[in-house]
Design a protein around this ligand. Structure first.
Ligand code: ADP
Ligand code: TRP
Length: 349
């Protein structure tokens, strides 16, 4: 049983809906989230998923994993996928995830997830998947869809349900996938009896959609990212390329609609954010100066993690050992859920 701070927004949202979580009593919640090793991780990934997950470490039962099966829907270069997996693992460790205090593993090291995916696939209506925005958006962008892309939300549901997670912290783009997971869990439970926890998504409005340098959602797929770990020259280039408008320095500007401010405000000290916010509203905010300042802020913000990451990347054996131990722990839980599911659906004869 772990005590959870009452500043967690998911607790407020549970309470708002009249649910019976009692913060004073202490909570026994499982928090789970995954990330694709489909490219270098960026500030949007950090703010919406990695930072909150790492902050939950001492306060709940935490499950963090690298979803390499999901990444296969877009990465077909095996070497790139393998290297990307170790890269993401080292990012998490460098940013402070302590593998002794959580479950930290690679999705494909727990093959039970693929069996559960098939079982769930057989109760998932086609219409549910056909309505998924992320699938429809990719088709609209001209990506020729493979079956993996279509079935992606069922694999994600299996990821979540296999570990009986209560809370899934993600960015806004994953909201619909969590709803699909809930629909699948509710349907399974009504067909076969109470089996799965019906999870809640945890989306923090403040970082729901972090903009990229072009103002669209920052995403590995849009070539608009600022990666967490860049060398100083590359970081400078990325930050200086953040798109801003041509309002003169002295004129008032809207901080809410400025990509630069929407990144800046997450990393600068609070009092400086207030000051810059005032400059936007009253006039005096100079984009070029703020961009240079942001380069320095980001460089310092990730300094210690950057050094740890460099060390870790020189020791892939250590990362692999950590992941293998994590998979072993996660697999014990996955096997127990799957045993129950197999028996309920009639695979034990
Ligand atoms: P990408 O879109 O760059 O491929 P992923 O799909 O791997 O990122 O996302 C990993 C996690 O980071 C998810 O929880 C996702 O919602 C979150 N995320 C990704 N980009 C952003 C963003 N720009 N703003 C907020 N959250 C984001
Ligand atoms: N679909 C998520 C993304 O692209 C990654 C993901 C896979 C995930 N399985 C998950 C997130 C389970 C949370 C829980 O970001």
């Amino acid at each position: 049983m772990i005590r959870i701070n009452s500043d967690f927004s998911f607790i407020r949202s549970y309470e708002a809906r009249g649910c019976s979580l009692n913060v004073e009593r202490g909570l026994d919640l499982k928090i789970l989230s995954g990330i694709q090793p489909s490219g270098s991780l960026h500030l949007g990934n950090y703010l919406a998923m990695m930072k909150p997950m790492i902050s939950y470490m001492n306060r709940s039962e935490l499950y963090v994993f690298i979803v390499n099966y999901h990444a296969m829907t877009s990465v077909s270069d095996g070497k790139k996928l393998a290297e990307g997996t170790l890269d993401v693992a080292s990012d998490f460790l460098a940013l402070g995830l302590d593998p002794e205090k959580c479950f930290f593993w690679v999705q494909s090291d727990v093959p039970e997830v693929t069996e559960l995916t098939w079982i769930l696939t057989c109760i998932t209506p086609m219409g549910l998947l056909e309505r998924c925005h992320s699938y429809k958006d990719k088709i609209a962008k001209g990506i020729s869809p493979n079956h993996g892309l279509f079935a992606y939300p069922v694999l994600m549901a299996a990821d979540i349900l296999l570990y009986q997670a209560n809370i899934v912290p993600v960015g806004k783009d994953q909201k619909q996938h969590i709803e699909v997971t809930r629909d699948i869990a509710i349907k399974f439970n009504s067909m076969y009896g109470d089996t799965f926890v019906v999870p809640e998504g945890e989306i923090n409005d403040d970082v729901a959609t972090v903009p990229g340098v072009d103002g669209q959602k920052m995403s590995k797929s849009y070539d608009n990212t600022i990666e967490i770990f860049l060398d100083e020259k590359a970081l400078k280039k990325k930050v200086m390329s953040i798109k801003t408008d041509s309002t003169p320095v002295d004129e008032p500007k809207d901080p809410e609609n400025c990509n630069l401010f929407q990144i800046y405000r997450h990393f600068a000290p609070n009092d400086r954010v207030q000051e810059v916010n005032r400059l936007y509203l009253e006039g005096g905010a100079a984009y070029g100066t703020l961009k240079k300042e942001l380069v320095g802020i980001l460089w310092d913000y990730f300094k210690d993690s950057r050094e740890t990451k460099t060390r870790l990347m020189q020791d892939p054996g250590y990362i692999k050992t950590v992941l293998a131990r994590g998979a072993e722990k996660a697999r014990a839980i996955a096997a127990s859920t799957l045993k129950d599911v197999r028996s309920k659906v009639g695979l034990n004869y």
